[in-house]
Design a protein around this ligand. Structure first.
Ligand SMILES: [Zn+2]
Length: 308
């Protein structure tokens, strides 16, 4: 029969264990719990119809409260779904943690209230983010809004960030990859190392060019080759059809400064991609606003024998 004495002894033992082990065991189990919820948010994201897949989990300590995924209710973001479920169940979210595969939106262009605001209004204390929004117009705006509202921001562990990115890849690639023999794109040149992959088509293993862009003020941008022989400026050319043989250009520098309206060329074994810089929204240092981007149009000229 258990006595009061034995009960006290056991409590003391637990206290001693904590003193001996410090907080390591607590931190470890907390990290395990956080990891499990981050993984669950990714699992939720996989349920999203369409290609912009986002999942969310709301938890209090190690207890899951609600989940949501994008378009679980048509037109609703994952966080909205999870928040509405908690609201419908009459559960207070004060002090709760949100795990979301994509940072909450902050400047919705529709009349909808942005998720970052809804999350902060609900009293959520911590937000764990799987990926920052790859759209240069909104990248890290959600993070900033939550930070300004006193919400603690955490990132998913690195391997789960990769998973979160993979799950939304069709959506993300709009901002890091472009396809087509003649096409265009707008992307943030201050994220992802300024890399933008241009491919003939979306087939895996198709001929691609890894273009890389970096800041050069308000009216120009650097196209980087990393070493001489890769990039050139088609000086004075304004149209692609004004360039006869792109190999005739000067590839002597490791990067080329391309002004707005000018054409830069990147070459590799597959041939050339001619990139015309249409517009630059420069960094804050050069009078830009909160987001930065470059808009380019390109034309691919395949080498005559790309395999040779
Ligand atoms: Zn949202």
């Amino acid at each position: 029969m258990p006595s009061a004495g034995r009960f006290i002894d056991r409590s003391l033992l637990l206290v001693c264990k904590d003193v001996l082990m410090g907080t390591d065991s607590n931190d470890e189990s907390k990290a395990k719990v956080e990891r499990a919820f981050a993984q669950r948010a990714i699992d939720e994201a996989r349920k999203s119809p369409g290609n912009a897949r986002v999942g969310a989990v709301i938890a209090l300590g190690d207890k899951q409260i609600t989940t949501g995924y994008k378009d679980e209710a048509p037109g609703l973001h994952a966080e909205q779904v999870a928040l509405q479920k908690a609201d419908a169940a009459g559960i207070s979210l004060t002090g709760a943690s949100l795990y979301t595969t994509l940072e909450p939106c902050a400047n919705s262009r529709t009349s909808r209230v942005a998720c970052a605001q809804l999350v902060a209004d609900a009293g959520i204390a911590v937000v764990h983010i799987g990926e920052y929004d790859p759209n240069p117009q909104v990248n890290r705006l959600g993070w900033r809004h939550l930070r300004d509202r006193g919400v603690r921001l955490r990132d998913f562990p690195a391997d789960l960030r990769t998973k979160a990115r993979q799950v939304s890849e069709d959506f993300t690639q709009v901002f890091t990859k472009g396809t087509g023999m003649s096409a265009g794109a707008k992307f943030d040149f201050t994220t992802n190392g300024g890399r933008f992959t241009i491919s003939v088509d979306a087939t895996a293993g198709t001929h691609s060019w890894e273009t890389s862009w970096s800041n050069c003020g308000a009216n120009a941008i650097y196209l980087n080759g990393g070493r001489p022989g890769v990039v050139a400026l088609a000086r004075y050319a304004e149209k692609f059809d004004e360039i006869d043989d792109p190999d005739a250009l000067d590839y002597g520098h490791h990067s080329s400064k391309i002004e707005v309206g000018s054409i830069g060329v990147m070459r590799n074994e597959y041939g050339h991609v001619l990139c015309k810089v249409i517009a630059i929204e420069p960094t804050v240092d050069y009078g830009g606003s909160g987001h930065v981007s470059v808009t380019v149009r390109w034309e691919i000229r395949l080498a005559e024998d790309p395999t040779g």
